[in-house]
Every structure is written in structure tokens, then in C-alpha cells.
Design a protein around this ligand. Sequence first.
Ligand code: SF4
Length: 333
Amino acid sequence: MKAFDYLKPSNLDALLNASGNIDQAQLGGDRFLAGGTTLIDLMKLQVEYPAKILDITGLPLDKIETTKEGGLKIGAMVRNSDLANHPFVKTQYAALSEAILQGASAQIRNRATTGGNLLQKTRCVYYRDEAFDCNKKKPGSGCPAIEGEHRNLAIMGTSDHCIATNPSDMNVALTALDSKIEIQSPQGTRTVAITEFYKVPGDTPHIETVLQPGEIITYVHVPPLPAGSHSQYLKLRDRASYEFALASAAVVVQMRGSKIQFIRVAMGGIGTKPWRAQEVESMLEGGDADRTAFEKAADKLLSQAKPLKENAFKVELAKRCLVHSLSTATALS
Ligand code: SF4
């Protein structure tokens, strides 16, 4: 690990005054330190090598608040375990609690934070190995995964420059829940819908989000769900714990009799970003909860997939994940 300067600003203003060189799109720039569950790993692997670390663990961003409208305001420093086990989250936003609890290990969930999870880095083996250059680490240097090991990588939103999967479970649930991300900088505060927060790789895979240099995530806002709705998260993976998704689905549904009154769907494990499935929603909303309709919607969504040799199995796996998830969610609502 390379030597670095360490600062622990005492408040948000002091932090923002010192954060000008933090650019999430550039390796080697300064970095915020929250739980450290991604950053420290990548520093040990020599993939990240910040000259300065700003420790944000002392900032007062560790509260989970319910809003007067019935939604949630989650501080960026809220630990994943605290969020997953919060009584209101467990009862009102089950998909979020389930998604977090199916990610990583208990020890990592106790350290990892909401803001850090939003910025979790890909598990692409070439990204994490300093022996390889790649477009995400060094723009223009190529993508060894396309001809190499890509079984776990993405089939949706890929480009000729990068096929890395967004590895987070939490981000998938937050996407289905229509969350918004509050961002602060010395210029002020802005709020971005999570569906607009992540960028597909295109020809700039090193730019993963809309975060600008010096900006920090401060809160995540989750709107209230329709009365009587049900949400859930289904994750398919190679082993039952401490493993990333091959395909996953977060579904929010409200039924009126046999009809689907309201539905939100996002998928994980298959996309270069948490994959909101708006085509599925518009095909199903207002219709009967019927397996044939679910299969048609899954076929339509996965018709956009661009699988490669090793990850072609994900197309069928993702369809089955989605159909099963829709079937159980509508039956339980
Ligand atoms: Fe790098 Fe993306 Fe290719 Fe992986 S898939 S080697 S992260 S460019």
C-alpha cells in the first residue's frame, strides 16, 4: 500500500473545503473513507492509490429517519446492518432489508455504509488485478474481460469498452424503490434519481456515476410505497452466502383483486448498473397477474441482452429469476 495523508474533518463544511481533489472517475485521486470495505481492499491491491484520505466517519450522517409523508431519509454513513435491521425498513421496505442481508458477510455489513455501497466497485477480476490494464482503470487500454474471464459480468448495458457488472444488491432494491440521492458540494445541494445516478460504460467506463469532483453523497431518500404494496428481493448466486448475484430481482407490487395496480422492478447481477425494468412495468401494470404475461415481459426485457460465451447462461437465468419473483410477489401482495 502506498503512503497517504490522512485527514478527519470535524464537520461537513470543513470536509467540503478539503474535497476538491476527490474525483471518483480518476484512480489515484483523493478519496473519502467511510466503512472502507471497498477502498482499503483496492488500496491493498494497488488499484486505488490516493494521495489523501478524508475520513468521514465522524460526520453526523448516521441517522435513519422516517419522513412525515411516510418515506425514509437515510444518512450516507448509516451502516448496512443498521439499515437492514431497522424495524420500519423491515416492515415497509422488505426488498431493501432482504437485499442488504443477502450481500457480503455480517462483519462487512457491520462496517459498510449506505454511501459506500452506492459506490461499490465491480468485481471484474481484471479490474482488481494490478497486473492488468483495462478501460475502467486506464481509459483506452482495452478490455481483457471480453476475450477473457467474464462469466460473472454483465449482459445488459455493456459496450465494446467494458462489460463490468454493478455488484451491489442494495442498489437494486433502492432502484426498484424509486430512491433519490442527495449530493452536496461547496456549490450547494442537488438531488438525483437513482435511475439517473449511474452511467452505462459507453466509451467512458471509468465514469460510473454523475458525481462531479468534490461532491459527496449525504442522504438517500426513499418515497413511501402505495398502501398495501409488497416488496421483495430474490438473489440467485453460486453459493448461499458471501457471494455476488448472477441474477437478482427487486419487485414492488400492489394488487387490486387479480389486477396489478402498481409495479416497480429492478434487476441485479446482469447489468452494468442496477437495471430498472420499465418495459416490464409498463407491460404488466393494469393487467392480470398471470405467468404467461410475466414470461412475455421477461422475454422482452432480456431480448436486449448482449451475452458473451461464458455468461450466455444469464439470459435464461435472469428470465427465470424475474418470472419467479413476479409470481411470488403478486401472490403475496
Ligand atoms: Fe476493465 Fe470493465 Fe473490461 Fe473489466 S469489463 S476488464 S472493468 S474494462
